[in-house]
Design a protein around this ligand. Structure first.
Ligand code: HEM
Length: 509
């Protein structure tokens, strides 16, 4: 018998491929997708997304409803914009949506998805979360670092005191304190200290972190239209590669130092998070081996997650308060009553400061650091409220819209911390109307640390200083626009003038 020719093989192969494509097409056509605007060929609905994607998507969901189907280039995207949808994606079907899309930022800036944020759902990521829970963010470990947070807070307050009557750019001070806190907790010291024979200056390092957050959140066209990815039309890939080189140089140096210290058997009592990660990397019983690039990726995640988000939130809080002097007054009344004028606020005081807590929550309602959380990816076909969400769909939960839902909040655009007084709403992922840290399996593992830094910086900034806008600037003139990245900071950083409001001896801490 004559053996089949290459032509019959090719024909059989093409027929199979055609059948597969056809069945996928039919499955998609048959699917009852959520409502959404009609997509254009190639670009899908990208033409409808402006430079502030959460705002564009907010407007679209007003038209199409709380579950909406979009296309970013060739990728289906579903957006949930109500409490019910947030619950469906992050609780009821959490495990079906626990993956992350493989976007360029994860590939180029986090060692090919080896960090916690961008690693796919699976044993590696599960192990990472276990490490966070048991080792890195355990209540005991966080408590053991309290002295670091106190020392750095004191340095911030001293710095502001020394700048009294001058114009200060608040975010610079806040980023310094959070970078110092996180560096000492994660890396064991301030690697960026001016006094160190430092591998990178603090200013340069902060710029690297800003760039990392921006590039992790931008809408990179190649992530939506993969066949033009190589053109790198917006230049983001080039920036990601350059940035990852800078971070790698820094992280290599950090790891080398830690390994040398470990070999010398020095300093075993005061372990930082990199020490913990290196111990885990040496642990033969781990389910999945943690490699050197994994330790670097985790370390970078911890520094980035811990530095930018709290500074951004506190800057928004003070900006909102500068527009509402009556809230400022109420906050200082609470501080004077509960703390008194003779000392600073400590972390243990926070539970006794409901109004300060309410200001923090109200800030996170109106200015969530990640307005659409970090995108998730459907691991399987799923049905939500009668709509089909197909495997491979990217899922965004628009907490920015939920925070402004008039069905949930009276006068939703108004900054009004009182709305939280006497209410049992917290930010820990149980109350779906307020999700600044997300919820479910992919929820922020650093939320308790983030909250501590936000609450105590905010409380002390209000306790220790009066705040004014510079020159003749009126509160109505204060710009409240944001820029979009993985975090959403103020577009124009807040400049303000501070004056001490406590007796002088309190400032000599
Ligand atoms: C103000 C403080 C913070 C805010 C508002 C914040 C917010 C968030 C949000 C919204 C997510 C995505 C959740 C989701 O997809 O459902 C996230 C994830 C994450 N955050 Fe935070 N975060 C903060 C502080 C921190 C800190 C202090 C760290 C670490 C030191 C951290 C590390 C991470 C990591 C590693 C993830 C990825 C989790 C995963 O994919 O499994 N964050 N954060």
């Amino acid at each position: 018998m004559e053996s089949p020719s290459w032509a019959s093989y090719a024909a059989a192969w093409l027929a199979t491929l055609a059948l597969l494509l056809l069945s996928r097409h039919l499955r998609r056509r048959k699917a009852n997708l959520p409502p959404g605007p009609k997509p254009w060929p190639i670009i899908g609905n990208l033409n409808l997304i402006g430079s502030l994607p959460h705002r564009s998507i907010h407007e679209l969901s007003k038209k199409y409803g709380p579950i909406m189907h979009l296309r970013f280039g060739s990728f289906p995207v579903v957006v949930g914009s109500s409490v019910e949808m947030a619950k469906a994606f992050l609780k009821t079907h959490d495990v079906a949506f626990a993956n992350r899309p493989k976007i360029a930022a994860g590939k180029y800036t986090t060692y090919n998805y080896s960090d916690i944020t961008w690693s796919p759902y699976g044993p590696y990521w599960r192990q990472a979360r276990r490490m966070c829970l048991l080792e890195l963010f355990s209540a005991k470990r966080l408590e053991s670092y309290e002295y670091i947070r106190r020392e750095e807070m004191n340095a911030l307050l001293r710095g502001l005191y020394e700048s009294s009557a001058n114009v200060v750019t608040l975010k610079d001070h806040l980023s310094t304190v959070s970078l110092n806190v996180i560096s000492r907790m994660v890396l064991g010291k301030k690697y960026t200290d001016e006094s160190e024979v430092s591998i990178v200056s603090p200013e340069e390092f902060k710029k690297m972190l800003d760039e990392l957050f921006l590039l992790s959140g931008v809408l990179n066209i190649g992530d939506s239209i993969p066949w033009i990815d190589f053109l790198d039309l917006q230049g983001y890939i080039k920036r990601m590669k350059a940035l990852s080189k800078k971070f790698d140089r820094f992280l290599e140096h950090v790891l080398d130092e830690h390994i040398a210290k470990k070999k010398d058997g020095k300093d075993d009592a005061a372990k930082d998070m990199v020490d913990v990660l290196l111990d885990l990397a040496d642990d033969p019983t781990l389910d999945v081996k943690l490699e050197r690039h994994g330790v670097k990726a985790f370390t970078q995640d911890l520094i980035a997650g811990g530095t930018e988000s709290s500074a951004v939130t506190v800057e928004w809080a003070i900006s909102e308060l500068l527009r509402k002097p009556e809230i400022f007054k109420k906050a200082t009344e609470e501080l004077d009553t509960v703390i008194g004028r003779d000392r600073w606020v400590e972390e243990k005081d926070i539970v006794n400061l409901p109004f300060i807590n309410a200001i923090a929550k109200e800030t996170m309602r109106l200015h969530p650091v990640a307005p659409m959380l970090v995108p998730r990816l459907a691991r399987e076909d799923c049905n939500i409220e009668g709509y089909d969400i197909l495997k491979g769909t990217r899922v965004l939960v628009n907490v920015w819209t939920i925070g402004r839902d008039p069905k949930l909040w009276d006068n939703p655009d108004e900054f009004c911390p009182e709305r939280f007084i006497g209410k049992d709403i917290d930010v820990k992922g149980h109350d779906y109307e307020l999700l600044p840290f997300g919820a479910g399996r992919r929820m922020c593992p650093g939320y308790s640390l983030g909250l501590k830094v936000i609450q105590s910086s905010l409380a002390n900034l209000l306790h220790g200083f009066t705040w004014k806008l510079p020159g003749n600037m009126e509160k109505e003139d204060l710009d409240m626009d944001e820029i979009f990245g993985l975090s959403t900071p103020k577009k124009i950083p807040l400049d303000a003038v501070v004056e001490p409001r406590l007796p002088q001896h309190v400032y000599s801490v």
